[in-house]
Ligand binder design. Structure first.
Ligand code: ITT
Length: 184
């Protein structure tokens, strides 16, 4: 089975890659080489820079994943700063910032960047909208999962079975586009 390197230090992401790739033709393999994530205004720019930097260091094909949560009431913040906010104020801090906020709508976005064996670059985007609740619920998933309820559900991502999360999540959607491309 051909291997596909996934460049990430996030074990939650790699678990989802393995689940979603399932028995497709490729076997996702984690490579946690650290690459610079530039300060940019979009996930797409972060991915483009990451692909350019990594192409000098490792052999393609490989995939990178930049993702984040965009909160309507804060004009899309934390967005590209989602990891930074998680590492600094954490989910408790996010909930504090959301105290008294009525509009709790937000969208998870995932941008996957692929550098193919022939050096071609492709991006695949997935989104999942929902709301942020005011407590932590569930212990599945990772990151912001305990505070996010996807549209049409009454459970957080952390309370859903992983197959359910993957079937509707930003990463699941982006990854199915990537798999379709690879199998073309
Ligand atoms: P990389 O090595 O792949 O960059 P990372 O964790 O730094 O790993 P990002 O820079 O893309 O990844 O930051 C994404 C942030 O968004 C991070 O804080 C995650 O916890 C959060 N996040 C992304 N996808 C998520 C998901 O499916 N569920 C919950 N939180 C998610």
């Amino acid at each position: 089975m051909p291997k596909l390197q996934i460049i990430t230090s996030n074990n939650g992401k790699i678990k989802e890659f393995k689940e979603i790739f399932g028995d497709s033709k490729y076997l996702p393999v984690q490579n946690n080489i650290d690459y610079p994530e530039i300060q940019a205004s979009s996930l797409e720019e972060v991915v483009d820079f990451g692909l350019s930097w990594l192409r000098e260091k490792i052999e393609p094909p490989f995939v990178i994943d930049d993702s984040g949560v965009f909160i309507d009431n804060f004009d899309g913040f934390p967005g590209v700063y989602t990891r930074y906010v998680y590492d600094t104020i954490g989910l408790a801090g996010v909930l504090r910032q959301m105290e008294g906020v009525d509009n709790r709508a937000c969208t998870f976005r995932c941008v996957l960047g692929l550098l193919t064996e022939s050096g071609e670059r492709q991006k695949f985007v997935g989104e999942c909208s929902g709301t942020l609740i005011n407590e932590l619920r569930g212990d599945g998933g990772f990151g912001y999962d305990p505070i996010f309820i996807p549209e049409g559900f009454d459970k957080t991502f952390a309370e859903l079975a992983s197959e359910e999360k993957n079937s509707i999540s930003h990463r699941g959607k982006a990854m199915r586009k990537l798999i379709d491309f690879l199998l073309q």
